[in-house]
Design a protein around this ligand. Structure first.
Ligand SMILES: O=C1O[C@H](COP(=O)(O)O)[C@@H](O)[C@H](O)[C@H]1O
Length: 224
């Protein structure tokens, strides 16, 4: 890990993090025509998206892609894409381009080729924000998942379908080499349980603690 940043409260963390991500995106846009922002779903990032979506940035030159998606329709409360549409791709950020990680009416396995083709031109990731579950999964790299080893391999494809006991529904995830190809990497976690899990992860094999696969060079942001 590059740095562990501890904040006095959630509001300050979300504001500071949104500010850092905006600064890094602006820097990426200064040197390139476009930039790619890759973000987690789940319960943690909503307040960051609220702040980010109000930032002055050339959003029409920004591509936004999720770290991973739960294979559910967008009208499901579990849909990470729906979270993005509701919280991030609004206000000033409404002109950003969403790179889809879901195809309605198809099995995840059957949609890989088409979704990978859509993602490829937007790589490498300029700015990466990851979350982490208390089970030490990040993106949809879950301990015990069927395709975990393949998704961690250095020659992994861009995307992998993933099924795991703790995951609920089938998933699709960006693989470790794609995540690690990011120009800047941040991990956001909250609460004592996740802090302890992160500490434990550092002493476990990556198969049991997949977050380890992305920690090199990452800044971890934590508050209670
Ligand atoms: O299922 C998921 O979980 C992780 C962590 O989510 P949280 O609710 O504990 O913040 C998230 O990073 C990932 O994108 C999501 O699909």
């Amino acid at each position: 890990m590059k740095e562990f940043v501890e904040y006095p409260d959630r509001d300050l963390m979300m504001l500071d993090l949104a500010d850092r991500l905006t600064g890094e995106l602006a820097a990426a846009l200064r040197g390139n025509d476009r930039a790619t922002l890759c973000v987690p779903g789940g319960t943690t990032p909503g307040p960051i998206f609220d702040v980010l979506s109000e930032q002055a940035l050339d959003w029409d030159r920004v591509s936004v892609v999720l770290n991973d998606e739960r294979w559910v329709d967008e009208d499901s409360p579990r849909s990470n894409t729906a979270l993005l549409r509701r919280k991030l791709l609004v206000s000033k950020a409404s002109s950003a381009t969403l790179i889809p990680l879901f195809k309605a009416g198809m099995a995840a396995e059957d949609a890989m080729a088409e979704l990978s083709e859509g993602l490829a031109p937007h790589l490498p990731i300029s700015v990466l924000l990851l979350g982490m579950g208390a089970d030490m999964h990040t993106a949809s790299l879950f301990p015990g998942a069927d395709n975990l080893a393949a998704a961690l391999a250095s020659d992994a494809p861009l995307l992998m379908p993933m099924r795991a006991e703790g995951a609920g529904e089938p998933r699709i995830t960006l693989t470790a080499p794609v995540l690690n190809g990011a120009m800047s990497k941040h991990v956001v976690i909250t609460g004592a349980e996740k802090r302890e899990a992160l500490e434990r992860a550092r002493h476990l094999p990556v198969e049991q603690a997949p977050i380890r696969a992305v920690l090199a060079g990452a800044t971890v942001h934590w508050t209670e």
